[in-house]
Design a protein around this ligand. Structure first.
Ligand SMILES: [Zn+2]
Length: 402
């Protein structure tokens, strides 16, 4: 018994002696470790770096995100319990892809919800391989473009209605991804075309659903612009479903465009995304439909360099059709959100009257009157972009070659 006690005592002392070893081991476990991406259906390889047992902190799996699909070739989710993990991914894409880009779904903060370009990525067109670095996981899609684009004939709408109007100059057609982009990023161009005597047609091509503003209005999240959290019950309005939300956004768009000077009959709500998909080919078909109706028209869209995928797709549609000689005049407009990143092209500045109309159009987006379904959706979703635009009312435009 005594021997046993002695042995326990010795072991106890030894454990103290070995304590410094423990601390060395624990120090090692907080240094950077790396792990490989496990095998997966997309054949994505790469490494994950972080602290601790990295391999147990993440998984890669199919995404069940029911957000607007945007012509993606693959969609996957990296589920990460550690937001500090750095993923270096090698993603094989379809053979013979001329262009391939990775986008991440972002739905929080002062952004409209949607897919945004992953900043740190390169594409090797020889190997058809994207190399990208992302932090903390998320839902990602990869969008590719084939080497040989589809022929214009195959994309043209089946019924070609010839132009009913005889106009001396063809119209300027602005393709809008969301109800606010016309005021935020194209207002100067729109007012200047109108003042030059051009007919301006505005074509909205998504329903604008999926914005964080819908959750803000339903009281699910707070709003820094509003200065608190809404309560539909005490504020006297019903929960806002997708349809009501889109209608309210369409009303903001119509009011804003009419403040700029666009005629009501020239505002076309097309909602290509009604079935939950939006692809480059669908947008090309839309543009060709307008080109058939108004031969020689000037086509205007958001820049193909924009971070937002729903913006960039219409820009890419114009660039491709211009290069294929399907349209003769195209201009691209850089989103307010991307002004510091995308610096190609030139700046257009309004005169006093044009700037005044753009200010009035921006005010539409902060009108609050739930009784007539006016919900200030523009400011609830992207107030910083409105503030930045009003502080410096200009547009950045570029040509298809830029
Ligand atoms: Zn937008």
């Amino acid at each position: 018994m005594r021997k046993l006690k002695l042995a326990v005592l010795i072991l106890f002392c030894l454990s103290f002696l070995s304590f410094p070893n423990w601390s060395i081991t624990s120090a090692k476990s907080t240094t950077k470790k790396s792990s490989s991406i496990p095998s997966n259906q997309w054949k994505i390889t790469g490494t994950v770096k972080g602290t601790g047992d990295v391999s147990k902190k993440f998984s890669i799996r199919p995404s069940n995100l029911k957000a607007l699909k945007m012509g993606e070739d693959m969609k996957f989710e990296i589920k990460s319990t550690d937001k500090q993990l750095i993923y270096t991914l090698k993603i094989p894409v379809k053979k013979d892809s001329k262009k391939a880009e990775m986008f991440q779904y972002i739905s929080s903060g002062e952004e409209e919800a949607g897919y945004f370009r992953v900043e740190n990525q390169t594409y090797d067109a020889e190997k058809n391989l994207i190399t990208a670095e992302v932090k903390g996981g998320g839902t990602f899609i990869v969008v590719t473009q084939p080497e040989t684009p589809k022929s214009i004939q195959s994309l043209s709408p089946k019924t070609s209605a010839p132009s009913s109007k005889i106009t001396s100059t063809p119209p300027a057609i602005f393709y809008l991804p969301h109800q606010d982009d016309e005021t935020l990023s194209m207002g100067v161009a729109i007012t200047q075309h109108l003042d030059a005597g051009r007919e301006v047609i505005a074509v909205l091509y998504t329903d604008g659903a999926g914005s964080v503003a819908q959750r803000i209005l339903n009281g699910e999240v707070g709003s820094s612009w509003w200065g608190g959290t809404h309560n539909p019950v005490t504020e006297g309005y019903n929960q806002i479903d997708n349809q009501k939300f889109s209608e309210a956004r369409n009303n903001e768009l119509k009011s804003a465009l009419m403040q700029l000077g666009v005629k009501a009959e020239n505002i076309h709500i097309r909602n290509l995304s009604e079935d939950g998909t939006l692809t480059l080919d669908e947008l090309k078909t839309l543009v060709l439909e307008y080109e058939q109706k108004y031969p020689g028209a000037s086509h205007k869209a958001m820049s193909q360099h924009d971070g937002s995928l729903s913006h960039a797709l219409s820009g890419q549609a114009l660039v491709d059709l211009y290069n294929q000689k399907g349209i003769v005049d195209a201009r691209l407009y850089v989103s307010r959100n991307d002004w510091t990143r995308v610096t190609v092209g030139s700046i257009v500045t309004p005169n006093t009257d044009q700037a005044f109309r753009i200010k009035k159009a921006a005010f539409v987006y902060q009108a609050w009157n739930p009784a007539v379904e006016s919900f200030a959706i523009g400011y609830h979703s992207v107030s910083p972009q409105f503030n930045s635009m009003l502080a410096n009312i200009q547009n950045r435009q570029h040509t298809p070659a830029q």
